[in-house]
Design a protein around this ligand. Structure first.
Ligand SMILES: [Zn+2]
Length: 425
């Protein structure tokens, strides 16, 4: 990252281009004017300028904000890589400095997955600083330990989330904030944090629905007002809970209908600073859920990240539709997903996609030695091996349209998988 001039720069920097308004904005906003930008944000002046196809940065480009047009906000505070010399390594009693591996990548993939499914974007705020320089999921003292640059990054991070929340409330009244993390606990399951401890979750449903528990929940607002009048306990671990939707997609989650509470002695993260600050526990209209992702099968490879990102996107959209909104905006007409059913022996993802596809199969490696890609006229255009798990269809060579992958089997009929190449840019 270049240092020259950057330190003097601006809070909001479109990544791709400048509109004339934004250019004037940039000229106006120097670092000295930083205190004022966050006065502007709550007035919504800035929200009208932000574009979902642009990227915005805080001071020194430590914090990145990708605006959205859905009532869904993601944040990733522990997946950063930047280690500027001007911010010392955090060191204090009890300070945690370990990075949540691949959570920045996961957050970006979830945003793209939501777009593929809906044509709309969720908001995304990323702390690009390594956690040993800034822990944005702590109060400012523990987060930055008094370093001015780190403190500014902390303020930028939460101001961008505040701005996203304000945009959501203005347009939809309600919404969800998802704080994405990765845990190193031995039990490989997603830990969904609602600010309720493991021992609280072990209470009977009736106790979870008591007002003194609901008032301390990060989904307090949803519990008080949801479309189908589900109770707090049902929202946490019923058949229509987020945990249940994720379980149904093949990802173990606690709490959920299958795993209603961590057992006594289990490691479990119940939600941290951001879930508390940005959720409805303080009375706002935005509910919050911390998602602590296990590593195996979720964050351990690029295909794992892609498949999980899609499952999380689908689960959250289902959650929004079930509990919050009868209908969500249609931002762009896109072709529906054409992939085979989720329990198919061979899956291709993303589908529709552009250029790079991941293949996931559940049979033994010798069952599908190779596969052939055919275009709609029936002409074989590519032979490939399933072993690598990755299929490349460079857009210049493979025009948009429908293709078929046909995989030979040791016995029985070959499998036919439709694949839609749909490059938008
Ligand atoms: Zn974390």
């Amino acid at each position: 990252m270049s240092i020259d001039g950057r330190k003097e720069q601006i809070v909001l920097t479109p990544n791709n281009y400048w509109t004339s308004d934004m250019y004037q904005f940039k000229k106006f906003i120097t670092r000295k004017a930083l205190p004022f930008i966050f006065l502007l944000l709550p007035l919504g002046i800035n929200a009208q300028t932000l574009r979902v196809d642009s990227t915005y940065f805080g001071a020194n480009e430590y914090i990145e904000y990708l605006p959205g047009n859905l009532p869904l906000i993601f944040a990733a505070s522990h997946g950063g890589y930047l280690t500027p010399a001007s911010i010392p390594v955090r060191s204090c009693a009890g300070c945690v400095t370990v990075t949540d591996a691949n959570t920045q990548e996961l957050a970006r993939m979830v945003r793209e997955a939501v777009f593929r499914r809906t044509g709309c974007y969720p908001h995304l705020i990323i702390n690009r600083l390594r956690r040993n320089r800034l822990d944005a999921n702590r109060d400012i003292w523990e987060a930055a330990l008094g370093n001015g640059e780190a403190e500014q990054a902390w303020r930028d991070y939460h101001a961008f989330i505040d701005s996203a929340k304000q945009t959501v409330v203005k347009k939809f009244n309600r919404g969800i904030f998802i704080d994405l993390h990765g845990h190193g606990h031995s039990i490989q399951r997603l830990e969904l944090g609602y600010l309720l401890s493991g021992s609280t979750l072990r209470l009977a449903d009736g106790s979870l629905n008591a007002p003194n528990v609901v008032m301390n929940s990060s989904i307090r607002k949803l519990s008080e007002d949801n479309r189908k009048k589900f109770t707090h306990a049902e929202l946490l671990r019923g058949a229509f809970s987020l945990g249940a939707f994720l379980q149904k997609s093949g990802y173990a989650a606690v709490p959920s209908d299958a795993d209603p509470a961590p057992r006594s002695g289990d490691d479990y993260f119940s939600g941290g600073y951001s879930t508390d600050r940005h959720g409805s526990v303080e009375g706002s209209n935005i509910d919050a859920i911390q998602i602590e992702c296990n590593f195996q099968g979720v964050r351990d490879s690029e295909p794992s990240l892609y498949f999980f990102a899609d499952a999380l996107a689908a689960s959250l959209m289902e959650y929004l539709k079930t509990h919050y909104f009868e209908g969500l905006p249609s931002c762009q007409t896109i072709t529906p997903v054409v992939s085979a059913p989720e329990d198919a022996a061979l899956q291709i993802f993303p589908n529709p996609g552009c250029g790079t596809y991941f293949m996931k199969h559940q049979l033994q490696s010798n069952e599908y030695a190779d596969a052939t890609i055919f275009d709609v006229s029936g002409k074989a255009v590519l032979k490939t091996s399933l072993a690598s798990g990755v299929l490349e269809l460079p857009p210049g060579q493979f025009p948009n349209g429908l293709y078929w992958m046909i995989a030979r089997r040791m016995s029985g009929q070959p499998l036919r998988i439709p694949l839609l190449q749909q490059c938008m840019y």
